[in-house]
Design a protein around this ligand. Structure first.
Ligand code: PLP
Length: 253
């Protein structure tokens, strides 16, 4: 499939708004990457579309977005189905699950997700492995499921993630699990405290993991408000929602 066949941006006011926001976010990311002395394209831009409709995802794909983040199942799986029904999904498009995953949802997530950013236990790892194998047998996926181990920087279990001391064990489990690939580490810095310190800690822990797992190159770090700082600390994937799709409804968690 060539790009011309599926790049059909919907031509309406919302598309124009998304296009302008996407341009601004891309400009910020490019500037941050250059300012950090890192090569162009070193950091992936994920557009987080949770709480926004499938129509927005279709618009974003038309605008060239190829990495889309969702955080809640079953909303996410239904939305991916709607997107696929509305438009040919461009080759190379990846949908990422970035929210907490309940083990019982692993099966459905493995049908639509290319990558999962919030793997935080060996139990979840086992469930995702079984699910990825089953999805492959069913013809719903052909590649291993890329997994990022979510690091809990402050050890607060409510935010999800595994404390630094437990990271290696979960990473080892992912690396050994059939149909999964250990891709790296994800973190959401706590709201309290100095952001820079949390970002540096995440980067440090990630460097330690890469020493034993050289393929775990991804550091998923940075959102609308802190992407510049995250890129300075070595992020390879920023997850941007609000700055591109707009504020979430007040009912969001
Ligand atoms: C919603 C969400 C984001 C996007 O945050 P914004 O501040 O809207 O850019 C990033 N990461 C995770 C895990 C999220 O749930």
């Amino acid at each position: 499939m060539t790009d011309g066949e599926h790049a059909r941006p919907v031509d309406d006011a919302r598309t124009a708004e998304l296009a302008a926001n996407l341009r601004a976010a891309t400009t910020r990311l490019d500037a941050a990457t250059a300012a950090a002395g890192r090569p162009a394209g070193a950091v992936r831009l994920m557009v987080v579309t949770k709480f926004f409709p499938a129509a927005d995802v279709v618009r974003l794909l038309g605008l060239g977005v190829r990495l889309v983040g969702e955080s809640r199942e079953p909303e996410a799986g239904r939305k991916v189905d709607e997107v696929a029904a509305a438009a040919a999904i461009p080759a190379g498009t990846r949908f990422a699950m970035i929210g907490r995953v309940q083990r019982k949802k692993a099966r459905t997530i493995a049908r639509w997700a290319s990558e999962v950013h919030a793997v935080d236990s060996t139990d979840l790892t086992a469930a995702l492995s079984v699910a990825s194998l089953a999805a492959r047998d069913a013809g719903a996926r052909d590649a291993d499921l890329d997994c990022l181990v979510q690091l809990s920087l402050d050890g607060d279990p409510a935010r999800g993630g595994v404390p630094p001391a437990g990271l290696e064990a979960v990473a080892d489990a992912v690396a050994a699990a059939p149909a999964l690939r250990l891709a790296g580490v994800m973190a959401v810095p706590p709201l309290a405290g100095e952001a820079e310190r949390w970002l540096e800690l995440a980067a440090q822990i990630h460097r330690r993991l890469v020493a034993t797992h050289p393929d775990a190159r991804e550091l998923s770090l940075g959102m609308s408000g802190d992407l510049e700082a995250a890129v300075r600390h070595g992020s390879t994937c920023v997850r941007v929602g609000t700055a591109i799709v707009g504020p979430r409804p007040l009912t969001s968690p």
